[in-house]
Design a protein around this ligand. Structure first.
Ligand SMILES: [Zn+2]
Length: 159
């Protein structure tokens, strides 16, 4: 068995009145993340960690933010494509662990729904997806509610 590990990091600005997509679901909030796609940081860090683990560059390399075909795209579609790419190389996911850094709203009530949604998109067991949320204690751009950040590690393996 060959194991590989990958890491992902992403940041988006928050803007008033935008739809807030996170972990594949729409969260009701005054602000939403801004980006070329739907700006779902959880999907984006998952893509980057999985691509990194498979040594296949990053999300921007495969789905350029200059390419109009990805404008406003549902990031679940990008994540599904990344899963296809790593499976084509013979890899399967061991587990993924995501940390979202956000001042508000509280994400804990939404985490089970996100995990359920992502397990379908990635076609992996819900038990192999961990999502955690933390604040930045009112410090920096996250603390000032100007942005959202996320980190992820992913373990993949090949028989
Ligand atoms: Zn992103």
């Amino acid at each position: 068995m060959k194991y590989r590990i990958g890491q992902g990091y992403d940041v988006h600005q928050l803007e008033e009145g935008r739809d807030f997509w996170l972990g594949g679901i729409k969260i009701s909030h005054t602000h939403g993340a801004k980006g070329h796609s739907d700006a779902d940081v959880v999907c984006h860090v998952l893509c980057d960690a999985l691509l990194g683990a498979a040594n296949m560059r990053n999300i921007g390399y495969h789905f350029s933010d200059k390419d109009p075909q990805w404008k406003g795209v549902d990031s679940k579609l990008l994540l599904a494509k990344v899963m296809e790419m790593i499976r084509e190389k013979g890899y399967e996911v061991g587990n993924v662990d995501v940390t979202v850094v956000l001042q508000e709203p509280k994400l804990n009530p939404h985490i089970p729904t996100m995990k359920e949604c992502l397990s379908k998109v990635m076609a992996i067991d819900i038990e192999d997806i961990s999502i955690k949320a933390t604040t930045s204690e009112h410090l920096g751009f996250v603390g000032k509610k100007e942005g959202i950040a996320a980190h992820c590690v992913a373990l993949i393996y090949k028989q």
